[in-house]
Each structure stands twice: as C-alpha cells, then as structure tokens.
Design a protein around this ligand. Structure first.
Ligand SMILES: Cc1cc2nc3c(=O)[nH]c(=O)nc-3n(C[C@H](O)[C@H](O)[C@H](O)COP(=O)(O)OP(=O)(O)OC[C@H]3O[C@@H](n4cnc5c(N)ncnc54)[C@H](O)[C@@H]3O)c2cc1C
Length: 459
C-alpha cells in the first residue's frame, strides 16, 4: 500500500463512481470492500438490473478516458480488444448541430465507442484485482452505523441476498456512490443533520434505444453519428458502432418521448434533422426491441454548503450530482472526483468533509454550468436566463454554425465539450474573431415535433 490512511474503507455501490473510488482508496486502506446489490460475477455487454442506463448511448469524454487511463494503465487498449473501437474525438465522430455537420478535425483526443456494461465490467475486473479490494455483490445496503453522538460514521449495515442475514461492516471511511437514488440525504435527516440543498434542471428527457445488425459498415472509419439536440431541433440521437453491432439511441426532451414500438421508433428516427440515420436503420436487422429510460431532471446536491456532516462519510458520483446525460459528463466527473479523493489521501489522512466537498464542487461547477446553460437554450426548460446565459447560448449557436466550415472552431468546441479545456477558452480572441467573421447563423429551422407530432407521446 502506497500510503496508509486507515484499515478499512467501505464503498457503497460498484458502478463507475464506486469502482474508481475503490481504486484510489486501495492505495491508502488495507482493505476496501465494495458493496452492491447486483450480481457482479459476469462481465457482459448486457446492462445490469440497477444500472439500466448501461443499455443506452454512453460516451466517455476525452478527459474521462485520460483519467481512467491514469488510474488503470492500458485500459484503452483492453477496451479495444473487447471490440470497442477507438478513434479521434473530432476526426471519427460526425457531430451535427441544427442539421449541419461541424467540420471533422484531428483533435489528438482519443475516444472509445463504448458498450457501457463492458467498460464497467473491465474497470471492475481491474479494480477487483487490486490488493485489499473485495467485491461484496448481491448485498443490499440498509443504513449507516455511527458513534452514540452521531458525529462519526463507523460502518454500514448490509443484508446478504443469499441468506437474508444482516451484517455490520465496520469502516474507517464510508463512501456513498449509490447514484441518483443515494439515501445519504435521508440518512442525514435521521441522524439529525440537514439535507444538502438541491438544485434541479427539469429537462424531461427520454432515451429510447435499439440495436441492429447492418450488412455494411455505414460509418466507415467513423465511430458515431451524433445529431445534437438544439432549440431548433430538440430531437437528438447517437448512432454508433461497437462489438459488431450498431446502437441507436433517440432522445426527446420536455415529455417528447421516442416511442418503444418499432414503427414509432422508426418514424421518430425519420424526424431527425439528419436523414442518414433513418436510411441506415430502416431496413436493418433489429437485435432487440426499442427500450426506454426516462430522466426527469439533472440534480445537484450541494454538500459543500453544509456546515455539519458526520465524519467518516463522503458522497461521490451521481449521488452528489447527476448530469443531463446527453452531455456525457457523469463518468468523467466521477473520475475527476476520484482524483480529488486521491490527492486528499496522499496528504496522509481521510479528507475532512468540508474540504472534500468544496474540492469536488470545483470539479462539478464547470460541467454543471455547461449542461445547465445548454439546457436553458430550450425555451420550455424552466430556469432563470441571466444575460450571461443568453449571451453564451447565442454565441454557441453562432460558433456551431461557423464550425461547419472552420475546423479551428470544431476543435475548440470539442475540447471544451470533452472537458479538456475550460469554457472561457471559447472566448479567446482568435476563436471569437473567427465566430464573428462568419456572421450570423441561418434562421432556426422549424422543430420537427411540430412537423411530426404524431410519432411521439407526451409525459
Ligand atoms: C440514459 C443515460 C445515459 C447516460 N449517458 C452517459 C454518458 O454518455 N456518459 C457519461 O459519462 N455518463 C452517462 N450517464 C451517467 C452515468 O451512467 C453515471 O454518471 C455513472 O454510472 C456513474 O454513476 P454512479 O456510479 O455514481 O451511480 P450508478 O451508475 O447509478 O450506480 C449506483 C450503484 O449503486 C448500487 N446501489 C444503489 N443502491 C443500492 C443499495 N441500496 N444496495 C446495494 N447497492 C446499491 C447500484 O446497484 C449501482 O451499481 C448516463 C445516464 C443515463 C441515465
């Protein structure tokens, strides 16, 4: 062990945030126990019961892959060996905004076309192989154990599904990575603490996804075609290839739901601003039925604003902030939070809650602002549109239009979307001038929903 901080850490939840937390905790705790209710014995391309989002489009942002490669050297090539092709973020993805493709450009940033359960499975294999790490699967997390004064969390009570027996797992540190449904807020209340203030952006998003076999490789060297939802075209899609099959995730917002019946699904695909995707899948061989998942709102829990919190407990991943998934930020932010945890542990002790939550809040701020600002470009999304938000959204619309002819702008935008560069870099004089010189974008087209409202239902 690189640097001893404690005897045992318990991680609640063995999805991406939990696995990366366990990876860094293993450098500082003699034992790391990762608890999850699902059966984790198999690595497969099929989504787990409790991580249903794994069956839908999942991208790992360029920054996220860099961090994962730092935590698990060689991972990128292992993923490729499992059938997930690698490419360049700008050169091998076709990005569309308002029906116009931005110029493909060599960004030098590697991306992997993922099958999410396989990514998680490989990260799990690598984590479980670390000295001191134990995976405790098919085990339900029941609650926290504390000192009599409730000032410190001392462990977790769990129930094994195999025999229904309850067990107390003592721990020097408990890390909650149980996702959006995290019960830390409720546990805090039970223990006499305040809940963290919550911020929500109600996007009313639905993903509907189907997988196909195609007789020819319609994407060529490219890995995916992504018409991004914009106010003019609020219906989006991710069409990608990996592991010998094609995946199409259709997205709708504010209650516009891509249907789950095959005909309705195809009609919705036809309403996208980019005709290719419909043409590719209309006669393709479906592997499964379309399946939907709803995502009502992005949720940020501001733990950094609390003045009292029990020692020995941290929250990370979606449990702290769940981002609108269309920006593909969740796993990358969880990876950056794991780096923050590692930095703290390397200083020789478990992080005090105030400093840890303040540090991860700084990690969350940028991606949250990107996602919330873009969501507010859609007129139906509730929220205050400050002059800054209006300016940014107007500027981005111009930048996207100009990027259809200007690879410099594609590169600058993709580096920010990939969480490599901070958003203010888009305002650098060289970039700003190029956007201004390109002039105003053409008028916004009519949203397809008004053309093809028959193909959707409203929540
Ligand atoms: C439709 C959709 C698409 C997405 N696309 C992307 C994307 O493209 N890119 C990206 O980076 N992110 C994406 N995300 C978000 C991403 O999936 C999460 O950020 C990521 O999984 C990290 O979440 P997590 O580990 O914090 O929690 P989760 O993935 O939700 O995992 C929580 C874990 O805790 C376990 N658990 C929960 N409660 C209990 C309990 N009581 N007892 C035992 N175990 C428990 C569950 O079994 C699960 O394993 C998407 C999300 C959705 C909904």
């Amino acid at each position: 062990m690189a640097n001893h901080v404690g005897d045992r850490a318990v991680v609640l939840g063995a999805s991406m945030a939990g696995l990366m937390a366990a990876r860094v905790l293993a450098e500082s705790y003699a034992e790391v126990v990762v608890v999850d209710r699902d059966d984790l014995s198999e690595v497969s391309g099929t989504p787990r019961k409790s991580v249903r989002q794994g069956g839908h489009a999942h991208a790992l942002l360029a920054r996220g892959l860099q961090v994962l490669e730092d935590l698990y050297p060689g991972l990128t090539l292992e993923l490729e060996a499992l059938g997930m092709p690698i490419g360049d973020l700008g050169n091998n993805i076709r990005w569309y905004f308002n029906g116009r493709q931005i110029r493909q450009v060599d960004t030098g940033l590697v991306i992997v076309s993922l099958v999410r359960p396989l990514l998680e499975g490989q990260v799990r294999v690598r984590t479980a192989a670390l000295s001191g790490v134990t995976m405790m699967d098919r085990t339900d997390i029941l609650g926290l154990a504390t000192t009599p004064d409730r000032g410190r969390v001392t462990g977790v009570t769990v129930r094994r599904q195999s025999d229904g027996v309850d067990e107390l797992l003592p721990a020097d540190l408990v890390v909650d990575t149980t996702g959006r449904g995290s019960r830390t807020a409720a546990w805090l209340e039970e223990l006499g603490y305040q809940r963290a203030p919550e911020e929500k952006v109600k996007i009313g998003l639905t993903y509907t996804t189907q997988h196909y076999r195609l007789s020819e490789n319609v994407l060529g060297d490219d890995l995916a075609s992504i018409p991004v939802a914009t106010p003019g075209h609020p219906r989006g899609a991710v069409f990608s290839r990996a592991c010998g099959r094609y995946q199409l995730s259709l997205t709708g917002i504010l209650g516009d739901q891509p249907p789950t019946d095959p005909e309705g699904f195809l009609r919705y695909a036809r309403s996208l601003p980019v005709p290719d995707i419909y043409e590719w899948v209309r006669d393709a061989e479906p592997i499964d039925e379309p399946a939907a998942i709803r995502y009502p709102a992005s949720v940020r829990r501001h733990y950094e604003k609390l003045t009292a919190f029990p020692d020995g407990l941290l929250v990370m991943g979606d449990g702290a902030t769940s981002f609108n998934p269309v920006y593909a930020q969740g796993m990358t932010v969880a990876a950056l939070e794991a780096l923050e945890l590692r930095d703290h542990l390397r200083r020789g002790s478990a992080p005090p809650f105030r400093r840890f939550f303040a540090d991860i809040a700084r990690v969350i701020d940028g991606p949250w602002e990107i996602a919330a600002t873009s969501d507010l470009s859609h007129p139906g999304v509730a929220g205050k549109r400050t002059p800054k938000i209006k300016f940014i959204n107007g500027y981005l619309a111009r930048l996207h239009a100009a990027a259809s002819n200007d690879p410099h702008l594609s590169n600058a935008f993709l580096r920010v979307a990939g969480l490599i560069d901070a958003p203010p870099t888009l305002m650098k004089p060289a970039t700003l001038l190029r956007v201004l010189r390109a002039g105003k974008p053409p008028a916004q087209p009519v949203p397809p929903r008004t053309i093809d409202s028959a193909s959707s239902s409203t929540a």
